[in-house]
Design a protein around this ligand. Structure first.
Ligand code: GUN
Ligand code: ZN
Length: 462
C-alpha cells in the first residue's frame, strides 16, 4: 500500500556496491545516467534505468524529476559533537588547550534542556542542508542533552547514533559525572532510546584523559552488557594528549591498550582521529574489527597531524571520514572530503573522487556498522538520499565547462562544492530539505553593536 508522500525520484544516480579502493571501479561504482528510485514506506523498493522502472511503477506513483542533478545515498558523518556548534572557529589552540579554554566551558551550558534542544534543532537543520542524513554524535555528560538530541532526531525520522559523554576526571565540575552516575545515566538513556525507531545508543567515554580507571571499568561493564552496541571515543589525536595518557595509565604500553584493557576495542567501536598510532596499535584495531575515523578539517584546524589512510587499510582497519564539529570547521561532507584529499596529499597519498564518495556513503555506513540499512541505493535499503547540483556556483559552472568525465565532475564537486550544492535531502522517503524552501529560520544575528569586541576597541554602538 502506498503511504502519502511515497514517491519515485528521477535523477542521475550514483552509489557504490563495493569499495573502489579494494574491488576496482568496474565492480564498485554504480552510475545510472537516467535513473528512477521507487520509495515505499521509507524503503527503496526498486531502482534502475528510468525506461525500465517506469514500465513497472505502480499506477499513480508521482515522479519527482531531479534531472540533471545527481542523486546519491545521504551522506553519513560518523563523528561530531552536538554541543560544539558555538565552539567551531575558536582561535588559536591545540587540542588540550582548546578543550579547556573553549569546549568545556561551552559544554557546561548543556545541563539546561533549552540550550540542548536549540542546539539539536540547529545541528539537524544544518546536517540536512548539507545532505547528511546519519551521524555519530557526542552529546555532553548531561543526560538532558541526549534526550534533547534523540527527541529531535526521532521527530525527523532520522537514523542517528548518539551517546552521553562519560567523563569523571580532569574537567570542570559542571561536566564531571562519576563512575557510578555515568554508568547509571547511560543505562537509563539506553532504556529510553536504544533501538527506538531509527535511533541507536553509543557508549561514549570522551577519551582516556577524562576517565578514571573506575569509570573505564564501568564502560567495560556496559560494553559487556551490550555486545552489539556502538562505542565511540577519541584516540591518539595529539602528541600532548598521548603524553598525558602515558602518565595517567603507566601500566599501558600505548594509548590503544588502555581501551583494549577495558574491552572497548571491538566491532562498531569508532575511534576518532587515530593519527599517531604505532604499528602495534594499528594491528590491534585491525584484528578487533574496529573503526578509525579521519577528521581532516579538525586535524588541520587543531594542528593535530596527518591521518594515514593507506596505513589503516593495510592494517585491515575500517576507515570513516567525519566533520568532527566543532574541532572541525565545516558541516559539509564535500568540504570534509576536499580537506581529506589535501591531508592525504601532504602524506604522499591520493583520494580519487569515487573513493571519496564511497567513503561519504557506503564506506561510512560500514564504518558505523550500518551498511545493512543505509549507504546504498538498493531495494530494501532505507530511503535516505541527497540530490546534488554540481553547477551550484559560478566557479563550479565555469569549471564544469571543461569537464569531460563523471570522475572529473565528481572531483570538482568535492573540491568546489559545499552546502550550496544540496538541492534536496530525503529522509525516510520524505523530503526533509529543499534548496528552494529551506524551511528553517536563520539564527538571529548576533548583536555585534553591543559586543565586547567593539567595547574593547573603545567604539560606541551605533
Ligand atoms: N578529544 C576529547 N574530546 C574531544 C573533542 O571534543 N574534540 C576533539 N577534536 N578531540 C577530543
Ligand atoms: Zn571529536
Amino acid at each position: 500500500m502506498r503511504r502519502p508522500g511515497d514517491t519515485a525520484l528521477r535523477a542521475r544516480l550514483l552509489w557504490f556496491d563495493a569499495d573502489p579502493a579494494e574491488e576496482g571501479e568496474a565492480r564498485a561504482v554504480r552510475y545510472v545516467e537516467d535513473g528512477i528510485v521507487l520509495i515505499e514506506n521509507g524503503v527503496i523498493r526498486d531502482v534502475g534505468d528510468a525506461a525500465a522502472v517506469l514500465r513497472r511503477l505502480p499506477p499513480d506513483t508521482p515522479v519527482v524529476d531531479h534531472r540533471p542533478h545527481l542523486m546519491m545515498p545521504g551522506f553519513i558523518d560518523p563523528h561530531l559533537h552536538l554541543p560544539q556548534t558555538q565552539v567551531i572557529a575558536s582561535y588559536g589552540a591545540e587540542l588540550m588547550e582548546w578543550l579547556a579554554k573553549y569546549t568545556f566551558p561551552e559544554e557546561s551550558r548543556y545541563g539546561d534542556p533549552a540550550v540542548a534542544e536549540a542546539a539539536a534543532r540547529f545541528l539537524l537543520d544544518e546536517l540536512l542542508a548539507n545532505g547528511t542524513t546519519t551521524a555519530g554524535v557526542y552529546c555532553t555528560s548531561h543526560p538532558q542533552s541526549v534526550d534533547a538530541f534523540f527527541a529531535e532526531a526521532e521527530r525527523r525520522s532520522l537514523r542517528m547514533v548518539a551517546g552521553k559523554v562519560m567523563m569523571d576526571s580532569n574537567a570542570p565540575e559542571a561536566l564531571r559525572d562519576t563512575a557510578a552516575t555515568g554508568y547509571q545515566q547511560s543505562q537509563d538513556l539506553i532504556g529510553r532510546w536504544h533501538g527506538k525507531g531509527r535511533l541507536d545508543y553509543a557508549i561514549t567515554p570522551r577519551f582516556a584523559p577524562t576517565s578514571s580507571e573506575a569509570q573505564l571499568e564501568a564502560c567495560e561493564t556496559l560494553a559487556a552488557e551490550y555486545p552489539e552496541m556502538h562505542v565511540q571515543t577519541h584516540l591518539s589525536e595529539n602528541v600532548a594528549e598521548i603524553a598525558f595518557v602515558r602518565q595517567a595509565f603507566p601500566w599501558s604500553k600505548d594509548y590503544t591498550e588502555v581501551y583494549e584493557r577495558y574491552g572497548l576495542v571491538r566491532p562498531k567501536a569508532m575511534f576518532g582521529h587515530c593519527i599517531h598510532l604505532s604499528d602495534r596499535e594499528r594491528g590491534a584495531l585491525g584484528v578487533a574489527g574496529a573503526t578509525a575515523v579521519f577528521c581532516p578539517t579538525s586535524n588541520l584546524f587543531l594542528g593535530s597531524g596527518l591521518f594515514d589512510l593507506a596505513g589503516m587499510r593495510a592494517a585491515g582497519i575500517l576507515a570513516g571520514i567525519a566533520t568532527d564539529i566543532g574541532g572541525g570547521t565545516s558541516y559539509s561532507m564535500l568540504r570534509t572530503a576536499a580537506e581529506g584529499y589535501k591531508v592525504l596529499a601532504l602524506n604522499g597519498q591520493r583520494l580519487p573522487a569515487f573513493e571519496a564518495f564511497h567513503m561519504l556513503t557506503a564506506g561510512n555506513a560500514a564504518a558505523m556498522g550500518l551498511d545493512n540499512r543505509i549507504g546504498r541505493i538498493a531495494p530494501g535499503m532505507e530511503a535516505d538520499l541527497v540530490v546534488l547540483d554540481s553547477q551550484a556556483t559560478a566557479a563550479m559552472r565555469r569549471r564544469m565547462e571543461r569537464v569531460e568525465t563523471l570522475e572529473e565532475e565528481l572531483f570538482a564537486l568535492i573540491v568546489l562544492g559545499d552546502e550550496r550544492s544540496t538541492v534536496a535531502t530525503y529522509v525516510d522517503g520524505r523530503r526533509a530539505y529543499d534548496r528552494h524552501s529551506p524551511g528553517r529560520s536563520l539564527p538571529p544575528r548576533a548583536d555585534l553593536a553591543a559586543s565586547p569586541a567593539r567595547a574593547n576597541r573603545g567604539e560606541a554602538p551605533q
